[in-house]
Design a protein around this ligand. Structure first.
Ligand code: VGL
Ligand code: ZN
Length: 234
């Protein structure tokens, strides 16, 4: 029996479909190269697994992660704690708000993104080829204006989404992580799943990478390996 079949028949396994939304596919606001190629394979996985969590990146306009919320910032710039503390950043967020946020997030910095996945816009919708009716849970994340959320488990400031408890309450011990993007939301979700004690299967065939900053694809795979995720070909 193949590994995929074993996983899909194991009642302790959940498929996590991360942010397979139109804005992350080519033609969207934050396109991930090759993001369309994985839709059919993921749809097939969704027809095999009985327990599926789908996440949907869901931002209000003026989100803290949007470059457009700042003066003198453009998409893919970094926002750092040091420049905020030095008074070099202005925009719709107060210095106090930004300092508080950046103190709480990994590496005290935020990549600034093009506006994307604004609730209700075309790009926010899940790819229509996904059989969403099969989902056990559709989890919206990144909803708070003042905080980004890459991981399905914890927002970037550490606030829990409740997903870990949700899965554990239903006997899930293992997750298969797929979707977009492999070095952001899929990576952080897989990493947090390991931290929460889940077995993790990560198949690079079912994700695509932003690879920004350059090398983030390799870095993500390396960290996941170190954390004991299984990088496999299903
Ligand atoms: C994502 C950047 C910003 C993702 C979401 O789904 O990987 N990346 N928001
Ligand atoms: Zn986002």
């Amino acid at each position: 029996m193949g590994e995929l079949q074993k996983l899909s028949e194991d009642r302790a396994v959940a498929l996590l479909v991360i942010d397979q939304q139109m804005d992350f596919e080519p033609g969207g606001a934050l396109p991930v190269a090759g993001g369309t190629e994985i839709v059919k394979p993921i749809a097939d996985l969704m027809r095999k697994f009985p327990f599926i969590v789908v996440t949907q990146d869901s931002h209000p306009p003026d989100h803290i992660s949007f470059a457009s919320s700042y003066q003198n910032k453009k998409p893919y710039d970094l926002l750092t704690l040091a420049e905020v503390e030095a008074g070099k950043v202005s925009g719709i967020y107060s210095r106090d708000t930004l300092v508080e946020y950046l103190r709480a997030v990994p590496e005290h910095r935020q990549v600034l993104w093009p506006d994307h996945c604004v609730v209700g816009t075309t790009g926010w919708f899940m790819d229509p080829q996904l059989p969403l009716e099969r989902s056990t849970l559709i989890l919206r994340k990144g909803v708070r204006k003042n905080c980004d959320s890459y991981s399905a488990f914890f927002e970037n400031d550490g606030t829990s989404t409740g997903l870990s408890a949700f899965l554990k309450a239903r006997g899930i011990r293992c997750v298969v992580t797929v979707g977009l993007a492999g070095d952001y939301c899929v990576f952080y979700s897989a990493e947090d799943a390991r931290k929460e004690g889940f077995d993790v299967y990560f198949d690079p065939e079912f994700t695509r990478f932003v690879d920004f900053p350059k090398g983030s694809r390799e870095k993500a795979l390396e960290i996941l390996k170190q954390r004991g995720a299984r990088i496999v070909s299903l």
